[in-house]
Design a protein around this ligand. Sequence first.
Ligand SMILES: [Zn+2]
Length: 449
Amino acid sequence: MIDILICDAHLYLDRDWEIAGGWIAIEKNRVHSAGGPGQPMPAAARIINARGRLVTPGLVNAHHHMFQNLTRAYAPVTRNGLFSWLETLYPLWTGLDGEAVYLSSYISMVELLLGGCTTSTDHMYVHPRPYLMDAGFAAARDIGFRFLATRGCMTRSQENGGLPPAAVVQDEDTIMADCERVVARFHDPAPGAMTRVALGPVSLFSASEQIMRDCLAMAERDDLRLHTHLAEDVEEDDYSLSIYGCTPTEHFERMGWATPRAWIAHYIYPSTSEAERLIRAGVGMVQCPSSNMMIGNGSADAMDLRERGMNVGLGTNGSATTDMACMWMEARNAMLLGRIRNGPASMVARDALDMATRGGAACLGWDDEIGHLRPGACADLVIWQSSPVALAGAMTDPVEAWLRYGPMVAGTTIVNGQVLVEDGRPLQSGLADALHRHAREARRIQKLD
Ligand SMILES: [Zn+2]
């Protein structure tokens, strides 16, 4: 028996498969089938009439730092560049504990669901207390959100030439022991997994060579993904040259990280030949358009990298730089950034949607099951809605309309076959309590009490 049948929608099922006026059937937690007008629909326990609306795969957020919504739009750093922004915020983030991480993750996931995201990463790299990863996974479990968390880390504090204070860095043995624990507890390599774990220091300049090699060795042993920030800021070049005597990309390669299991955030400042080498190595890349523009440190030519063969996904980045964790907005901003860089013919809505679905899923090594809606895929999808005023006159192309007009929000978000947002409203019964507690934690972290 089919559990949910969505009918009379414009279905964007995959990069090369759309059906106008179609239906899609969900059985348990998988896509069962899809068809067009005139093709017989199966009987279903629940039918959702999505007349005139666009249905897409759930968007995949390939880069985030969920704890940062505790310092969202923090006034003292609103004019700062990346490095001074980090140096101001690190001391506040030393206050992170399990309650703060649980609540920031919970709020992040609900916020992402409202923007049409059904799978997110989280690069959690500040560990002033033990067991903080567990709190993020607890939030994902309580909501029913599909979650891949990177056990991030920093080993190089200010005393050793790094940016963060000693309170948020750890030694290599402590980090690797926790990596082993977190992977054993939360990494599920099985099909349909709801939780997976990746490894990776926050950036090369905050990490020792030993921890880079240790993470690589464990990832190869346990078949895990690797993630870090790379070539995000011009200052990073000087920094890398002074510490390692080479560029960030060269250091990345020397550490053995140029492998298909790695995906990197930003990648704004490689040389042409460096980018070419990482493309050939199969490294994936995630662009965070809103964050790039908010920090004002440039952005990668994502379409060029994509056309040259790189898996390119999109990410929100941490809430403190982006301030808004909405993957629809990231897709729109990616398209605008691409067109302002290379002209109007260079990029259309389908390119951005492909980055936000297939591209992100490929970065995570998960595109066999998510990022598309072919039969057998995970039942993660979105029925989009906007006000009739915003959509008035959009008659010819529902996918272009999706990204050119708006704001678009997820009318219905389904993850793993479960409806988590309906009529634009989040269905989590714990949300009001979580918001109340989040406000208390944000005041504490920002030292406002
Ligand atoms: Zn980041």
